[in-house]
Every structure is written in C-alpha cells, then in structure tokens.
Design a protein around this ligand. Structure first.
Ligand code: G3I
Length: 323
C-alpha cells in the first residue's frame, strides 16, 4: 500500500516520440520512470494554464499520455492541482467575471477534469498553497478566495468528491513540514472542515528542502498530528537543493548531506501509519525546476543530468528495502 512516486517532467513529452521541441522524447528517462516508481504526478500538465488554456477549451492530451503510461506500468497517479493562485491562464486571471460566473467556472473545471479521470487518480491536490508563511489565507493572490471568499475551498472539495468519490482529496503546501504558523493554519482549517462534513481526506507536505535551511526535524511529529485527525498524509514534492560550488558540481560531502535529508524525509513518512505516498519532484537534474528558480542552487534530485545515481538514490532504496 505504500507508493513511491515522482513528478513527470515535460508532460509526457519525454514519453512519446511525436512531441515538438523543447521537450523531446527521452528513452532513458521513460525507462527509469516506468521501472523505479509506482506513483506519478504530472509536474505541470494538470494545472489550469495547461489543461484549460481557453475558457471553452480543455487540453487533455498530455495528461492522457501520462495516465496511460502510468496504467501500463501499474502506477497510481496523483492529480495536481485544482485550486491554486499560480499557473492560472490569462483568460481567467485577467477576465472580467462576476462572482457567479467565477464560481461556475471553477465548478465546471473541477467537474470536467476530475470527472474525466474518475477512478484513475488515487489522490488529488484539491487546494494548493492557500496559506502564506504567517498562516493567513492568500486572499490577495488567490483569485478564488479573493473573489468568492474562503468558503470556496470547501466547495472545491465537495465538487471534487462528487466528480470522483474514490479519489482521496488533499491539501498540499510547502514550508509546512514543521509545526509552524502555516501548518497550524491547515490544522485548524482541517478540523473545521471535518466538523462540517467536508470531504477532506489528506494533508500533504511538498518538501522542497534546501541544505541552507536545515532539515525540518519535527516532520514526523507534524505528520502524526494530522494522522490523528484521521487524515492520510503524504510527502508530495521532495527535493533537496544546495548551493553549488563554482565548478557547478556538488562535493561529496554535499551529496552525503543531501542523502541524509532524503532519507530522513522518507523515514518520517514511513513512521506515520497513514503516510502512504512519498513522491520526489523529479528524479533527474536534467529536468529539475530548481536551477531556473534559484540562482546558484541545484543538484536537487536523486540522479545527475546523465542519470547517474547519487547517494540519495541509494539511501532511499536501502530504507525502502528494510521497510
Ligand atoms: O510550457 C511553457 C513553454 O511553452 C515555454 O516555452 C516555456 C518557456 O518559459 O515555459 C513553459 O512553461 C514553464 C513550465 O514550468 C513548464 O516547463 C513555466 O514557464 C514555468 O514557470 C513552470 O515552472 C513550474 C512551476 O511549478 C510553476 O509554478 C515547474 O516546472 C514546476 O516544477 C513547479 O512545481 C511547483 C508545484 O506545482 C507546486 N509546488 C511548488 C513546485 C515548485 O515550484
């Protein structure tokens, strides 16, 4: 019942031969993806700007490719994501909609996307990153909460549940690995929603870690408190970036430290009964999001750009073997 997953880069572009540049077919990538994991998460392809590029047009091909691939390899799929402040299409963010129209747009999106893949998605990140670091709702940035009020979050869960009663519905965020203001805000919200009977089933920590900031030592304790609310928990986007030396290549000591972080995150999840899904955010530096977002940092995944396994790969493997 334990799933070890990865984000799938490039939206299936590396999986099939007929996609255009810049994402090209990558045989080696595809082989490792099929062999080493039993769960996959589309890294970008189920986000609004990819899957719903115009108001009256959905684009499913890339997600279809990933899900078909997953099923051929007996992998489960994590859906990501339905209600978020980022990667929304321009027609939505810049559109001049009434509150009623916006509500209908969200309902239609959730019903259409979740409904299309009903029975084929194990866990959905329904609401992504709705709180800021202080534990306040992102009222300004998040179009849904801003225009429709906080109650829209519960509606999103209800609509998703109607469209796919089998899927487990999650909150997902970064910097919530520890017990802190942000994770406290989720803890309080989840209790409230559960008391109201809203179908919330899981709490996920993304796990975008950096050796600069240290390992969140209370990860297990934090997952455990959500477990005790009756939720499933998951690590959904683990990577461990580091400051690269001038050579651009990590030192041995850095790789050893990285391996320790990966391993501690996995061990924390394994120690919590309802933590049933452990996903790394890509398995090769070749397609990692980190270098484009953090200058001078990188080497965040478990394999180099040439698919050479790092100590982190072996650390995870050994811990999984012993589990
Ligand atoms: O698809 C376009 C392509 O057509 C264009 O040519 C190219 C040029 O910039 O951009 C492509 O889109 C990029 C997309 O990734 C696909 O590669 C976007 O610019 C880029 O911003 C986007 O970055 C993604 C990021 O989310 C956006 O917020 C990363 O790949 C993805 O790893 C990252 O994932 C997020 C999770 O969804 C939520 N948690 C945090 C995590 C890391 O930021």
């Amino acid at each position: 019942g334990f799933h070890v997953g990865t984000a799938v880069a490039g939206g299936g572009h590396h999986l099939e031969q007929d996609y255009p540049d810049p994402f090209t077919f990558d045989k080696k990538y595809r082989k490792i993806l099929g062999k080493q994991f039993n769960s996959v998460s589309p890294e970008n392809q189920m986000k609004w700007d990819f899957i719903h590029p115009e108001r009256d047009r959905y684009r499913f091909e890339e997600t279809d490719a990933i899900i078909d691939f997953a099923e051929r390899h007996r992998q489960v799929v994590r859906g990501h994501t339905l209600l978020w402040h980022s990667q929304n299409p321009e027609w939505l963010e810049e559109g001049d909609f009434t509150a009623d129209e916006l509500r209908e747009i969200l309902r239609d999106h959730i019903t259409t996307v979740v409904g299309r893949y009903a029975g084929r998605i194990q866990q959905w990140d329904v609401a992504n990153e709705i709180f800021d670091e202080e534990g306040q709702l992102r009222t300004r940035e998040n179009i849904w909460i801003r225009e429709l009020g906080p109650g829209i979050v519960a509606d999103a869960f209800r609509w998703a549940h109607e469209a796919d009663p089998e899927a487990k519905l999650f909150f997902n965020d970064y910097n919530v690995e520890s017990v802190n203001a942000k994770s406290d805000a989720y803890y309080a919200l989840v209790q409230e929603l559960l008391a109201e009977g809203v179908p919330v089933h899981g709490f996920a920590v993304q796990g975008h870690l950096s050796t600069r900031y240290g390992f969140p030592g209370d990860l297990e304790r934090n997952l455990q408190r959500f477990d005790e609310l009756g939720l499933e928990t998951a690590v959904t986007e683990l990577d461990v970036r580091m400051d690269l030396p001038a050579s651009g290549r990590p030192t041995k000591a850095q790789l050893v430290q990285q391996a320790e972080y990966y391993d501690r995150a996995l061990s924390a999840c394994l120690a919590v009964e309802g933590c049933n899904s452990f996903t790394i955010w890509g398995f090769t530096d070749k397609y990692s999001w980190v270098p484009t977002f953090f200058e001078g940092e990188g080497s965040a995944t478990v394999m180099t750009e040439n698919f050479v396994r790092k100590p982190a790969f072996f650390a995870l493997r050994d811990t999984l073997r012993e589990a």
